[in-house]
Design a protein around this ligand. Structure first.
Ligand code: ATP
Ligand code: MG
Length: 411
């Protein structure tokens, strides 16, 4: 029978790779808690409308990347491509729209039908932070500071730059959009086919086009600065002041746009040059209207999502697992005492292993192979005396230790 493979764009995460992954998630969870974020876990699949409404029918994700299917009951469901929509839906479903702000941390697998390559998969994982119901720029700054803190705690902040932009309020965006349409219309013939299509639907998206030809045209395109209303400028000023106060370094990049209608004011990306084309490790911004699309009242939100795989690739070396100790019985008579000791050590929180069979020599070989830090050896005479021999496997040094003290010694 032919050996079966994982589905295209999916990966098994085992051993060191999964340890890196867990380190990223555990670190983010710990840091987010320091910022008052409560962890929510929402379903991996949702009513398709949760995403088609929130992401808009013209977004790349909805048009090309969603895993949607009709289930046996005839409902249209979609594997979540991102976390924000489900969190906004959960806010409404759980009657929390009057208990604001809600500060949320979330993590789990996401699904997008994309062309797989390094750092880009069809099942990948995100960590995600959202603050719902806070219109103040301080919320944006806090969310960004939390993201920066996660990258620092992972030891990768030196490889990452925070690129920050404002998209202004609706009025700023409307006049900016008109200016962009006028500019890009003059260069219509030189734009890529994708961008020509965006010219009518969503001209803002052309600004972050990855096409080389588009980029040359975008280089001279107007930026939003000249189109900001007084209120929008004030929001932008306050955000940058708060970030300075939080000591979060950033560079302004007018090309950072989150191409969705819901996004306004803050838009940001944490980018690295170490992952080739997949250089964005964390992206986010401020949005409004999403909670309304889920059937709730107008509620602003601000948040970010980061790809766990991309963060894991940037980690210098994964945290090593704590090596176990090996329990080594000598002769059948010591086996019962060895099992009791094995259980005693494990209950004391010490990683302990015992081979299922084998001579003293084989068991010691195996202890070295699994990189045990010590072997705890007991034969008939040790059992009789209530002691064990503790052998340090790095130095070879061995000494007798009373049974009652073993756990304390090894901890
Ligand atoms: P990209 O421009 O790389 O496609 P995006 O704008 O689609 O990213 P977001 O929707 O903002 O990404 O998702 C947030 C983060 O999730 C990204 O910055 C990235 O780190 C990660 N991510 C997105 N899509 C994938 C994927 N297919 N595989 C792995 N990680 C991903
Ligand atoms: Mg994408």
């Amino acid at each position: 029978m032919a050996a079966l493979q994982p589905a295209r764009g999916t990966r098994d995460l085992l051993g060191e790779e999964w340890r890196r992954h867990l380190f990223v998630v555990d670190t983010a969870r710990r840091i987010a808690a320091c910022y008052g974020m409560e962890e929510w876990s929402t379903p991996v699949f949702e009513d398709t409308r949760v995403f088609s409404r929130s992401l808009g029918d013209t977004s790349d994700v909805v048009m090309k990347e969603m895993y949607s299917f009709t289930d046996r009951g005839g409902d249209s469901l979609t594997l979540r491509p991102e976390a924000t929509a489900g969190i906004c839906r959960a806010l409404v479903s759980n009657g929390l729209t009057q208990s604001l702000p809600q500060k949320v941390f979330s993590t789990g697998p996401m699904f997008r039908y994309e062309r797989p390559q390094k750092g880009r998969y069809r099942q990948f994982h995100q960590i995600d932070v959202e603050v719902l119901g806070a219109p103040e720029p301080l919320a944006d700054a806090e969310v960004i500071a939390c993201g920066w803190h996660v990258l620092k705690a992972l030891g990768i902040s030196g490889d990452v730059t925070l690129e920050l932009n404002t998209l202004g309020d609706r009025a700023s965006r409307d006049s900016y959009r008109a200016a962009l349409v006028a500019y890009f219309t003059c260069h219509r013939e030189a734009l890529s086919a994708d961008s020509r299509a965006r010219l009518e639907r969503n001209p803002l998206r052309i600004v972050d086009s990855k096409d080389e030809g588009d980029r040359r045209i975008v280089a001279d395109a107007p930026t939003i600065a000249a189109y900001l209303t007084l209120e929008a400028r004030d929001f932008w000023d306050r955000l940058r002041r708060h970030l300075d106060a939080f000591k979060v370094p950033f560079v302004e990049n007018p090309r950072i746009v989150r191409g969705l209608d819901y996004y306004g004011h803050t838009a940001f990306e944490f980018v690295t040059t170490r992952l080739g084309a997949q250089g964005t490790v964390m992206g986010g911004g401020r949005y409004e209207g999403l909670v309304e699309e889920m059937g709730g009242p107008p509620t602003p939100g601000v948040g970010w999502a980061a790809g766990v795989e991309r963060l894991a690739m940037l980690l210098a070396s994964p945290p090593a697992p704590v090596p176990p100790v090996a329990v080594v019985p000598v002769g059948e008579a010591a086996e019962v005492a060895a099992l009791a000791l094995l259980q005693h050590l494990r209950e004391a929180g010490i990683g302990a292993e015992m081979a299922y069979r084998g001579t003293l020599k084989r068991r010691l070989d195996r202890a070295n192979r699994i990189k045990a830090r010590a072997a705890v050896i007991l034969g008939e005479s040790e059992v009789a005396q209530g002691i064990v021999q503790v052998k340090d496997l790095a130095t070879g040094e061995q000494k007798a230790v009373p049974l009652a003290e073993v756990a304390a010694r090894l901890r």
